[in-house]
Design a protein around this ligand. Structure first.
Ligand SMILES: Cc1cc2nc3c(=O)[nH]c(=O)nc-3n(C[C@H](O)[C@H](O)[C@H](O)COP(=O)(O)OP(=O)(O)OC[C@H]3O[C@@H](n4cnc5c(N)ncnc54)[C@H](O)[C@@H]3O)c2cc1C
Length: 295
């Protein structure tokens, strides 16, 4: 299929893009990497009257450090750029570990962080990572800008807090600290497919090896990334162990996530995947956390 006819615009400044969006908010779509939007247009699932191509906005393509412990990423930064970035490896290793799971390298060469977050696919990795790391997004329209925390941004399947006249310009993440351990694991039927189930685990231990905080966030487990606080509460203030990880995984998989059956997997199977992935992710995150306090 080919897309329905549309007007193509290619502004060279953020101000010009915001003006175009303000004037055509309900008819226009922003074009970033095009890896989700163009297939949807080809299938005529969406038929915008205008495309506002953001690809000339070089100013939205950057990775930088602010206040020593915060990483800021421009919305038009490609997923592949992030995957290869040393700063991301050092300061956001959870994101670094996750990026290769997104589709194939050809798609990551074009796909952007802003596009993936705005698209808000419940099976996508970057929304889960944004929520796991408790990042926030800087949104702008013609008149003002505002910051939205990750958990308030995702509202439902393919639905976010973005107003029709707003653009994501930046995403900000707190850096990893001493005592933090991390892990991302997912299962898909073939390499590059969207995951059937995936989990991001973060664990912080003190010098005595006691868990000070833990976070589990699941993709494809509901309409938005699911935070399993009920399960991770079992870990806080305790010395982690295999038995505790099993208990946490059981609670998260059976009482917290709400996956839906699809042609590839039943709900019990998806819960089983979540249980197994969680146990392994916690073990890996824990050993990294211990190694980090020892150095
Ligand atoms: C075969 C295939 C497999 C894939 N597998 C995976 C996978 O396993 N995991 C995964 O996470 N993704 C996967 N993707 C999607 C891919 O990661 C996309 O890159 C991503 O979903 C969208 O990013 P994009 O930059 O291409 O955005 P686009 O497709 O250009 O835009 C997507 C949406 O976001 C809006 N948008 C874009 N940028 C902004 C902005 N700055 N502010 C506000 N709105 C904006 C657009 O208007 C549009 O509605 C796959 C894609 C394909 C084609």
């Amino acid at each position: 299929m080919k897309p329905a006819p549309f007007k193509y615009t290619s502004p060279s400044t953020i101000t010009a893009a915001l003006d175009l969006l303000a004037e055509n908010a309900y008819d226009a779509k922003l074009l970033a990497g095009g890896q989700s939007l163009i297939p949807a247009m080809n299938f005529r699932l969406t038929q915008p009257a205008m495309l506002i191509d953001l690809n000339r906005l070089d100013k939205l393509d950057y990775v930088r450090v602010a206040n020593n412990n915060t990483v800021q990423i421009g919305a038009m930064t490609r997923q592949r750029t992030l995957e290869r970035n040393q700063l991301i490896r050092d300061m956001l290793p959870l994101m670094s570990e996750t990026l290769p799971f997104i589709a194939h390298s050809q798609i990551r060469n074009r796909g952007t962080i802003g596009g993936s977050l705005a698209h808000a696919d419940p099976a996508a990795e970057l929304p889960a990572i944004l929520v796991a790391l408790q990042g926030r997004l800087r949104l702008r329209n013609r008149m003002r800008e505002r910051w939205v925390p990750a958990e308030a941004f995702f509202k439902g399947i393919f639905t976010t807090d973005l107003a029709p006249d707003e653009i994501i310009v930046e995403v900000e993440f707190p850096s990893i600290s001493k005592g933090d351990g991390w892990s991302f694991l997912e299962f898909s039927r073939r390499k590059g497919d969207y995951a059937l189930m995936g989990v991001a685990a973060l664990l912080t231990v003190d010098s005595q090896g006691v868990c000070r905080s833990a976070r589990l966030v699941y993709l494809n487990s509901g309409e938005v990334p699911t935070v399993a606080s009920l399960a991770t509460g079992l870990l806080e203030g305790e010395k982690p162990s295999g038995i505790l990880f099993e208990a946490v995984a059981r609670v998260a998989a059976s009482d917290v996530i709400a996956p839906t059956a699809n042609i590839h997997a039943s709900v019990p199977y998806l819960r089983h995947l979540a249980y197994s992935l969680t146990k392994r992710a916690l073990e890996v995150a824990h050993s990294r956390a211990l190694a980090s306090v020892e150095t």
